[in-house]
Design a protein around this ligand. Structure first.
Ligand SMILES: CC(=O)N[C@H]1[C@@H](OP(=O)(O)OP(=O)(O)OC[C@H]2O[C@@H](n3ccc(=O)[nH]c3=O)[C@H](O)[C@@H]2O)O[C@H](CO)[C@@H](O)[C@@H]1O[C@H](C)C(=O)N[C@@H](C)C(=O)N[C@H](CCC(=O)O)C(=O)O
Ligand SMILES: Nc1ncnc2c1ncn2[C@@H]1O[C@H](COP(=O)(O)OP(=O)(O)OP(=O)(O)O)[C@@H](O)[C@H]1O
Ligand SMILES: N[C@H](CCC[C@H](N)C(=O)O)C(=O)O
Ligand SMILES: [Mg+2]
Length: 485
């Protein structure tokens, strides 16, 4: 593809270079192939500009960056914002996209909303996919993904592939890192969802305001005016999100207890817990609806309403959308009931941040007539400030606590545990996660409930630089099997 067609006005291309042909895009010198256009990006650990020579040695045909190197053996094109230029180039290089795309942001609930929206569309007969923390899920295949929002080259390649495979509807997760790093610029997003904001990623964002601003880029800059903005209206930050969407000229749909039931939004009027389901009374455009949501936890209502809003906001019929909520299935490892012992239910959940842990424990309280037990840890090389807060939340909301390892990564596991134990009053410490799960299951009696939090769908444990096979689901199954034997 010619440079002028890839870069357009996003970079200063000398006329002599505009006809230069490139055969691929690369953001990592180690992935460069002959003929690629290499984007030298300043990152959080290093600067891609250091690897320009390596990229050229591997065959890069030209380089894009924000500052020219002293000497460059191939044409260098200056761009004020190389990350954005990369994303927009990727959108041109991989041109096909599903016709209807919804993106969801928020601290918690993105994976669930992306999955629910896909399930609603699927039920209404659309070829639907989702992309996020649990990877790509589409009618033709499921592909594991390592980032919540993939890098722009991977993302646009995937959009192109699924569109060509016939996928017409896509819901995907817009992480704050992804938005901040322009990973999803160039995606033709017709609707955006916003769930909530709480403490997360404070190792990356200097302030909470920076974190929120990154999320609001979705509404301020990415969805074109006229698109739908489905915003959970029950939080402190809801008004700011609604304001950002209105300023952009988006169609705001406020959902939740404070939702706009009389108008385009969805108001939650009443909830009755019925076993492992919840009966919802809701209102949309002034009409009442009754829905039996087959999921546990108040937060899943928020996720279901944002998903319903995204489907309605992109043109689906409200009556059919609400009916489809009765068939939702939770995303893997999101407050998933994975077994029971002595009648006590065992749940695996992905809560790895304070608010999520609080919400998950509160969601399970009604199922613990006797003791609510929690097993959790915290990931290494991530926000250290959340550890004591999570310890405190466990002490407040659980009756039995076992602190174990999550993904220690490069940190000393015992130091991570100690930081949580400092505030988790009465907690026990069992570093080996399988042993911790076994110990918790061993003591379950009728009337108890067990929450195993932090790793959800994950199938590995990152210790040092290694990923060791580990799954909470398998650890529970093994512990239960050993009790029966
Ligand atoms: C902190 C962070 O977000 N880093 C992301 C960022 O990397 P970076 O640009 O900062 O990387 P860097 O190591 O400083 O390198 C700078 C540049 O030099 C290049 N390089 C580097 C070495 C070399 O030999 N050659 C070379 O060309 C790199 O490819 C990069 O372009 O851009 C990369 C490409 O898009 C991402 O893969 C990378 O994600 C890392 C692996 C990561 O762990 N990210 C996590 C924190 C993340 O993004 N999480 C979010 C949120 C999760 C959630 O809450 O759901 C997500 O979306 O997954
Ligand atoms: N709407 C919500 N409000 C509060 N907590 C939630 C909500 N939805 C999910 N959670 C909690 O957060 C955990 C992660 O949920 P989910 O994977 O859907 O969110 P996410 O935003 O994709 O998270 P991540 O950024 O970690 O990928 C759940 O397992 C649950 O504990
Ligand atoms: N997307 C999140 C996932 C964290 C999962 C948790 N198990 C941990 O390792 O902290 C992150 O990379 O920060
Ligand atoms: Mg996610």
């Amino acid at each position: 593809m010619k440079l002028r067609d890839l870069l357009g006005n996003d970079a200063a291309i000398e006329p002599a270079l505009s006809g230069l042909d490139v055969t691929g895009l690369a953001l990592d010198s180690r992935m460069v192939r002959h003929g690629d256009l290499f984007f030298a990006l300043a990152g959080s650990k290093t600067d891609g500009a250091r690897f320009i020579d390596a990229a050229i040695a591997s065959g890069a045909a030209a380089v894009v960056g924000d500052h020219a190197p002293v000497a460059c053996k191939v044409p260098f094109i200056a761009a004020a914002n190389p990350r954005r230029a990369l994303a927009l180039a990727a959108a041109k290089f991989f041109p096909a996209q599903p016709a209807t795309i919804a993106a969801v942001t928020g601290t918690s609930g993105k994976t669930s909303v992306a999955a629910f929206t896909r399930l609603i569309w699927e039920r209404l007969g659309h070829a639907s996919a989702s992309i996020g923390t649990i990877g790509l899920v589409s009618p033709k295949r499921t592909v594991y993904g390592s980032l919540t929002t993939p890098d722009p080259i991977a993302l646009h390649r995937q959009l192109d592939e699924i569109a060509r495979e016939g996928v017409t509807h896509l819901a995907f997760e817009a992480s704050s890192h992804g938005l901040d790093q322009y990973r999803l610029d160039g995606v033709r997003v017709s609707a955006g969802g916003f769930t909530n904001l709480s403490r997360d990623h404070m190792d990356y964002h200097p302030t909470v305001a920076h974190y929120l601003a990154a999320k609001l880029r979705l509404f301020r800059e990415l969805i074109p005016p006229g698109g739908a903005a489905v915003i959970s209206a029950d939080h402190d930050c809801s008004a700011e999100a609604i304001g950002a969407a209105k300023t952009r000229g988006l169609r705001v749909m406020a959902v939740g207890r404070n939702g706009d039931g009389a108008g385009e939004g969805i108001r939650l009027v009443d909830v009755e817990v019925e076993g492992f389901s919840q009966k919802l009374a809701i209102e949309h455009r002034g009409k009442p609806y009754s829905v039996r949501l087959p999921l546990v936890g108040a937060f899943q209502i928020e996720n279901a309403l944002v998903s319903a809003g995204l489907a309605i906001g992109t043109g689906s019929d409200a009556v059919n959308v609400f009916a489809s909520l009765e068939h939702l299935e939770g995303a893997k490892g999101r407050l998933e009931r994975v077994g029971e012992r002595n009648g006590a239910p065992i749940f695996v959940d992905y809560a790895h941040k304070p608010d999520a842990l609080a919400k998950a424990l509160q969601a399970l309280r009604p199922y613990a007539k006797r003791r609510l037990i929690v097993v959790f840890g915290a990931g290494g090389d991530r926000d250290v400030g959340k550890r004591p807060i999570m310890g405190e939340i466990a002490a407040e909301n659980a009756d039995g606590i076992i602190i174990t390892d999550d993904n220690p990564r490069s940190e000393k596991p015992e130091a991570i545990r100690a930081a949580i134990l400092a505030t988790a009053k009465g907690a026990r410490e069992i570093g080996d996660r399988a042993a911790a799960i076994r110990a918790a299951i061993d003591e379950l009696e009728a009337g108890d409930a067990l929450l195993i939090a932090g790793k959800g769908h994950e199938t590995g444990q990152i210790v040092g630089g290694e990923v060791l096979p580990f799954s909470d689901h398998e650890a529970v199954a093994a512990a239960l099997a050993s009790r029966v034997a």
